[in-house]
Design a protein around this ligand. Structure first.
Ligand SMILES: NC(=O)c1ccc[n+]([C@@H]2O[C@H](COP(=O)([O-])OP(=O)(O)OC[C@H]3O[C@@H](n4cnc5c(N)ncnc54)[C@H](OP(=O)(O)O)[C@@H]3O)[C@@H](O)[C@H]2O)c1
Length: 380
């Protein structure tokens, strides 16, 4: 809460990012304002040592170059659990590496891992961090990402966020933001399934309370990112609007990311130079377009870019290589479930088949499994 006449928080607000990669470090750095009583901490993993030693170096197009020293940095999720672990004993020089988690718990837990529900149950992993004062925020691509969190934390406000950004961690603890800063935020209640089963415009009583609290947290975060963090396009939405944005972003992610891998490494604009791949991209987008009304209860609104407009803007963005391709080339797991598997299953439950997405899903899942079997054999 802010004191009257000032935006400074009267009580310290403690925010933990789980996943100190490209998206996490960028948005964390725009939210950390000790002078306003807002303290941002990071849970790192492979890059812990680099961040604990020197903080995060940001090279950004929107805000120039700067160093972000978080309030605290933890080497694991369990190390960030309030009152359960002593402050890390460390020889690292940065004071952020020796701070304990806040005794009265985290106000916000912002999840910025890759969404890999087939690999790890991140909702279960963060459960010891979540208290009655916490809000869980998910900044991840895909659809259906919120469901495991809602099931595990029925009373906890959840903020769902979609970002349009191009960012990458170029070395441990060094994050480059190439372009864009858009973040769309909205509360998450019981999801579209819940809306449908209640047969009305949405929210039963219990859901509306959790959505109301999620809405307050949505507004608070957007205000801090805008007024303190300088983001020009932190936007707030209703639950349905935000889900519409998730499904609309799927047009881009489902059309270009899987195809980048299956086409042998072509970037988005490069795919469009090939007549058959262009037809395929438009076909995938069209499929999402046709599934949306069944899933969302109404068609995409007219102000959202049509497949043809998406194609034109993609053509202008020559050289961009989607993260799924980078993940494939680096041997990392792909966000297949949230970009392909969940949409296929959610649309099917709403009575619509998505055969192009289903084929992409089946092929890439099989390729990924074959690669892992091969890796396993090589290890023997
Ligand atoms: N990058 C972009 O431009 C962009 C744009 C729009 C949307 N997105 C979406 O944003 C989300 C995050 O993407 P990203 O690019 O930031 O990914 P990223 O750079 O790979 O960062 C993810 C981070 O999460 C960490 N992590 C994973 N599991 C963890 C755990 N259990 N404990 C602690 N840390 C853990 C990873 O650590 P390790 O290094 O140890 O694996 C990594 O540092 C994804 O859903 C992505 O699709 C990204």
């Amino acid at each position: 809460m802010a004191s009257p006449g000032s935006s400074r928080q009267t009580k310290p607000v403690h925010i933990l990012f789980v996943g100190a990669g490209a998206v996490g470090c960028f948005y964390a750095s725009r939210l950390h304002h000790p002078s306003e009583n807002i303290f941002v901490s990071l849970t790192a993993r492979s890059n812990y040592e680099a961040i604990a030693t020197s903080g995060v170096t940001l090279e950004t197009r929107s805000f120039g170059n700067y160093t972000f020293i978080p309030y605290a940095v933890f080497p694991s999720i369990s190390a960030a659990v309030p009152n359960s672990s002593p402050p890390p004993s460390t020889t690292l020089t940065n004071p952020a590496s020796s701070k304990a988690p806040p005794e009265d718990g985290w106000d916000y837990i912002i999840v910025t891992t890759k969404a890999l529900p087939d690999r790890s149950d991140d909702a279960a992993l963060i459960a010891p961090l979540v208290s009655s004062k916490s809000c869980v925020v998910l900044i991840q691509n895909g659809v259906g990402v919120e469901d495991p969190y809602r099931k595990r934390f029925p009373q906890t406000p959840i903020v769902s966020a979609v970002t349009v950004i191009s960012a990458e961690q170029i070395r441990d603890g060094v994050v480059r933001q190439n372009r864009w800063t858009r973040i769309s935020l909205g509360p998450y209640g019981s999801g579209l399934e819940g809306r449908r089963s209640r047969n009305g415009d949405g929210d039963g009583e219990e859901a509306s309370e959790v959505v109301r609290r999620g809405g307050e947290r949505t507004a608070e975060l957007a205000r801090w990112w805008t007024e303190l963090g300088g983001l020009r396009d932190a936007e707030t939405h209703t639950e349905l609007e935000l889900q519409t944005i998730r499904w609309h972003k799927l047009c881009i992610n489902a059309a270009f990311n899987p195809t980048a891998v299956l086409s042998g490494g072509r970037g988005n604009a490069e795919q469009l130079e090939d007549g058959e791949l262009r037809r395929h991209a438009l076909g995938v987008m069209d499929e999402v377009w046709r599934a949306a009304p069944a899933v969302l209860g109404k068609p995409f609104p007219a102000h959202l870019a049509s497949p043809e407009r998406i194609v034109r803007s993609t053509e202008r963005n020559a050289g961009a290589r989607p993260s799924m391709l980078l993940d494939w080339e680096a041997g990392r797991p792909l966000e297949l479930e949230v970009i392909l598997g969940n949409p296929v299953r959610i649309a099917r439950a709403a009575g619509v088949e998505m055969p192009r997405l289903q084929s992409l899903y089946a092929l890439l899942r099989s390729m990924q499994a074959a690669r892992e079997r091969k890796k396993g054999r090589e290890k023997l």
